[in-house]
Write a protein that binds this ligand. Structure first.
Ligand SMILES: NC(=O)c1ccc[n+]([C@@H]2O[C@H](COP(=O)([O-])OP(=O)(O)OC[C@H]3O[C@@H](n4cnc5c(N)ncnc54)[C@H](OP(=O)(O)O)[C@@H]3O)[C@@H](O)[C@H]2O)c1
Length: 275
């Protein structure tokens, strides 16, 4: 590989699937600088924003025969994996690293679909990757060497923070917490907006207020070294209005229990989907 992780341009990459998540990652790599990217994506509109900067093929059969990527990033939907993966087997023979972001697809299943010898990193990013604020947990499968792990780290870090897991099974709770987490935060903005309207605030103001409160609190959390609990306490005067609201939200049967149940349900679903 000519490109080196951590310095200089990234090495040649093959991206399978340029949807929401693949596209977000691709824009991070292009911003960082990459030797060459070939994208396999059936919908021309999905790659329009990258015209002139990547080679686009509508199927893996169209990838130039002499193209030898250092990594193949698998970003199709999980249900498309069984049909798509065998087409990528030739890159496993060339020693490319495979990085899968497909929910529920195990390292063993992916390796088997690629002919049994591929080296695979399994990763779970989240949608704030679209604004380089993602959080990705990754697990290195058998045979992934230190250089390949560093390459995967660099590729995933192009769109946010990366943490490595020592057990593949932890991907299921990760999927439930950080994979789905943005949806729970967006729900918070939705229900806060509805509650603001119920208290008589004009809908447009309620919407703006809920969005900025969630976004601003996230930015404060990101910028602060304080624990979330301390930041919460800093807003809560004794016997004040926030304390009155938190007495409702923090009741044992309210948010603490509901979040516990929600994360457990999503973790269980992730385990059901595994294959
Ligand atoms: N979105 C999230 O929050 C999130 C979080 C973590 C992980 N992920 C994982 O990321 C993966 C992609 O999710 P996404 O939200 O980006 O989905 P998406 O927007 O549907 O993107 C997938 C793209 O791949 C295309 N595609 C289908 N078959 C293909 C093939 N054989 N070769 C190349 N491209 C093909 C799809 O086309 P069609 O529309 O025709 O199918 C679509 O344009 C999923 O496996 C998901 O589990 C997503």
């Amino acid at each position: 590989m000519d490109g080196m992780p951590g310095q200089g341009p990234l090495p040649a990459l093959l991206l399978a699937g340029c949807g929401k998540m693949g596209g977000a990652m691709l824009s991070g790599w292009l911003e960082r600088g990459v030797e060459r990217v070939v994208v396999v994506e059936p919908h021309p509109e999905a790659t329009a924003a990258f015209a002139g900067r990547v080679t686009v093929c509508d199927s893996v059969a169209g990838v130039p025969a002499d193209f030898a990527p250092a990594a193949v990033i698998l970003a199709t939907k999980p249900q498309q994996a069984d049909g798509a993966l065998p087409g990528y087997e030739r890159f496993a023979a060339d020693d490319a690293l495979f990085i899968s972001i497909m929910a529920g697809k195990t390292v063993a299943g992916i390796t088997a679909s690629l002919g049994g010898h591929a080296r695979v990193v399994r990763a779970m990013p989240n949608t704030p990757a679209a604004v380089r604020q993602g959080f990705t947990c990754a697990f290195p499968g058998p045979g992934v060497d230190a250089g390949q792990k560093a390459l995967a780290d660099t590729l995933l870090a192009a769109v946010g923070e990366v943490a490595w897991l020592e057990e593949e099974g932890l991907i299921d709770p990760v999927t439930a917490v950080s994979g789905g987490g943005p949806a729970y935060v967006f729900l918070l903005a939705e229900v806060m907006e509805a509650a603001a309207i119920s208290q008589g605030l004009p809908p447009a103001l309620a919407r703006r207020m809920a969005r900025r409160t969630v976004a601003g609190s996230g930015a404060l959390l990101a910028a602060s070294e304080l624990d979330a609990a301390q930041l919460r306490a800093n807003v809560t005067s004794p016997k004040g209005t926030t304390e009155r609201a938190l007495n409702v939200l923090m009741r044992p049967d309210a948010w603490p229990k509901l979040m516990e149940e929600a994360i457990a349900a999503a973790t269980a679903r992730s385990r059901e989907l595994a294959g």
